[in-house]
Design a protein around this ligand. Structure first.
Ligand SMILES: [Zn+2]
Length: 202
């Protein structure tokens, strides 16, 4: 499979445990004075737990899972966790060319929270999100669905004529101009824009 091949091409060796891990699982850890090390999530979380006195913390690694959306299309999700000073962030994402792309979800739990319980809450959140489509294809191409609600993620457009937001809606990339054309169906209407952290649920 293409994805797997490109993932393995981008593997980076963890400076602590020496294992080769995909690029998305590596954190640059350290400071300008002391220098940086490339650590896998497990070693990074273990270091943070040690530094913050979280005795007994054990990193839980989660295998990838496939979830289907409301159109019956399967999405393969990978997971990574990051221990923060005040909690733990668990991310779920799809991969394209070995990098996180498409649907991306995050949940933040308390530092002491059971990681499997947190994982369960994240999967429920993912299921809720995958059960809704905000865009649909009609005779005029991709359009905002009848509910008139769009949820998505703001990314940056890295194409040569970038500098504009690239939106990820229903796990697909939508250019700013393309989105503008979809809005023209609603000329004369009002709209409300809410921006929230990726760990929040809209
Ligand atoms: Zn490691």
């Amino acid at each position: 499979m293409d994805t797997a091949a490109s993932t393995s091409r981008q593997e980076i060796r963890c400076d602590d445990c020496g294992q080769n891990r995909p690029g998305y699982d590596i954190v640059h850890f350290g400071s300008i004075e002391k220098g940086y090390r490339q650590l896998c999530s497990r070693c990074f979380n273990t270091e943070v737990a040690k530094a913050t006195g979280m005795e007994g913390f054990e990193h839980a690694a989660f295998d990838s899972i496939a979830l289907s959306d409301c159109n019956g299309e399967n999405h393969e999700f990978h997971f990574r966790s990051r221990l923060l000073v005040s909690g733990i962030a668990l991310d779920a994402f799809e991969l394209r060319d070995g990098n996180p792309a498409g649907y991306l979800f995050q949940i933040i739990g308390d530092a002491g929270e059971d990681q499997f319980a947190l994982f369960g809450r994240l999967v429920e959140k993912m299921r809720r999100a995958l059960s809704v489509k905000h865009l649909n294809n009609d005779d005029y191409g991709l359009q905002i669905s009848d509910q008139g609600i769009v949820r998505g993620r703001i990314e940056s457009d890295e194409s040569p004529d970038g500098g504009l937001p690239l939106l990820v809606i229903d796990g697909r990339e939508i250019g700013w101009e393309q989105f503008g054309q979809m809005l023209m169906t609603y000329e004369g209407s009002q709209f409300k824009l809410t921006i929230a952290d990726k760990s929040e649920e809209l």
